[in-house]
Design a protein around this ligand. Structure first.
Ligand code: UGA
Length: 442
């Protein structure tokens, strides 16, 4: 099938590259010339495991190409996937200006029937509005929207950064929102190689389902983080509690890791946007506002603990392991780690950080407010305390004896419980995890 991807961010590029690897003819469009010229050379502008190889493979097979010309991108298109960002506005709602402009440009350029498929996360009712926008744009250039048929479909994405290719190729479900079943059925043909539940629903339900999924997962994280605090104060251990409840299939074991809270380009944005969507419908989503508040409090609590332990942070040397919002990505958007680093800096700490992939993107946000180390031990060298802020498995392989040797102080604050079972005390270090019991396990 002939596929056009509008927007080559995480969702767009992964979708395009994976659809090309399934044998479709894919052209990816972006207004960012720099990005497209990198991609034309086979270079992926961000770190995502497996993506680079698939880009090269798709291009070599002639199934994948990149362009900055919309007319070129649309000329053979049957399916046009909207993968444009919907960043948060100041009040937390989704900024739809980019996707609306993209759709208008499509309407001004289009000369044949297409299926217009929204992958971007958009508030309920947006797809219907986009359909009107495309019709208006067609009319603007003298084309009859009854002659050029645009079938609007919502196809929310559930892929996670760091495992995006795998998530796309092995989905646990595929959702298609449509006005009529036949349109959804045609899109589902593209997903025929995937054996997973494929559900067709109203456009509005698909839109709301996407937000609900992210908000629910965020709620799981905030819930376990609150329980972690209770655990800490009562002598329980959050890892044991999470394991126990996770064995109940109605709860499930995933997204029950306590820590410094969720970050990234999706959960913070989507929880706030869903709160706004509820507000626009005249509802006050109490539970969701608590989820957001607890997430912010996790960061406060973490910094407070460091302050309580070390005293005034002015001039204290703090080593940081991890800046990305989670492991396996270089993405630092709304990263809890970045937020904590900023708070420590604001309190006068002298910070040296290391992240296996996120250094470059972190530097763009933090500039020279901190120092950057080339490996974990150098980040910890001379530090009064070490903070582990991203769950990179690499941190577990650092030699404990050497770590204790290079540090000036002894405190290790682990915001992800990555080192929890490594018995840091045996190296003379004082370990502080989240929701952990200090006593040895049974
Ligand atoms: C999330 C969803 O998981 C995807 O299904 C969705 O498609 C995507 O948003 C999106 O809307 O595009 P992602 O933002 O890549 O994916 O990251 P997650 O793996 O969900 O992690 C989000 C945050 O939660 C990270 O900061 C992670 O460290 C934190 N987290 C996750 C925890 O603190 N505890 C956990 O148990 C799990």
């Amino acid at each position: 099938m002939d596929v056009t991807i509008i927007g080559t961010g995480y969702v767009g590029l992964v979708t395009g590259v994976c659809l090309a690897s399934l044998g479709n003819k894919v052209v990816c469009f972006d207004i960012d010339r720099d990005k497209i010229s990198k991609l034309k050379e086979g270079r992926v502008p961000f770190f995502e495991p497996g993506l680079q190889d698939l880009v090269k493979e798709g291009m070599a097979k002639g199934n994948l190409r990149f362009t900055v010309e919309l007319s070129d991108a649309l000329q053979d298109a049957s399916f046009v996937f909207l993968c444009v960002g919907t960043p948060p506005t100041e009040i937390g709602s989704a900024d739809l200006s980019f996707i609306e402009e993209a759709v208008r440009q499509i309407g001004l350029t289009l000369d044949h029937d297409i299926y217009l498929v929204t992958k971007s996360t958009v508030p309920v009712g947006t797809n219907r509005r986009l359909l009107s926008l495309v019709s208006e744009a067609l009319e603007e250039v003298g084309r009859d929207p009854r002659q050029i048929h645009v079938t609007m479909l919502s196809n929310p994405e559930f892929l996670r950064e760091g495992s995006a290719v795998d998530d796309f190729m092995k989905p646990d479900r595929i959702l298609v929102g449509a006005d009529e079943r036949w349109g959804a059925d045609i899109l589902l043909r593209m997903y025929a190689p995937f054996e997973c539940p494929k559900v067709i629903m109203r456009l509005e339900s698909a839109e709301l389902a996407k937000y609900t999924a992210n908000a629910f997962l965020a709620a799981k994280i905030s819930f376990i983080n609150e329980i972690a605090e209770i655990a800490e104060k009562t002598g329980a251990d959050i890892r044991e509690v999470a394991e126990a409840i996770g064995l109940d299939p109605r709860i499930g074991s995933k997204f029950l890791k306590a820590g410094i809270g969720y970050g990234g380009s999706c959960f913070p944005k989507d929880t706030r946007a869903l709160y706004q969507i509820a507000g626009s419908a005249g509802l006050d989503f109490h539970l969701l506002s608590a989820v957001i508040e607890v997430n912010n409090r996790q960061r406060d609590r973490f910094v407070a603990r460091i302050r309580e332990t070390l005293g005034d942070l002015t001039g204290k040397k703090i080593g940081i392991w991890g800046l990305a919002f989670k492991a396996n990505t270089d993405d630092v958007r709304e990263s809890s780690a970045i937020d904590i680093v900023r708070r420590l800096f604001a309190e006068g700490a002298d910070i040296t950080a290391y992240d296996p992939q996120g250094m470059e993107s972190a530097r763009k946000m933090l500039g020279d407010t901190i120092q950057y180390a080339s490996d974990p031990l150098s980040a910890a060298a001379g530090a009064d305390a070490l903070c582990v802020l991203t769950e990179w498995p690499l941190f577990r392989s650092v030699n404990g004896v050497k770590l204790a040797e290079v540090m000036r102080g002894t405190h290790v604050f682990d915001g992800r419980n990555v080192l929890a079972d490594l018995r840091m005390e045996t190296y003379g270090l004082t370990y502080h995890g989240i929701g952990l019991c200090k006593n040895l396990p049974l």
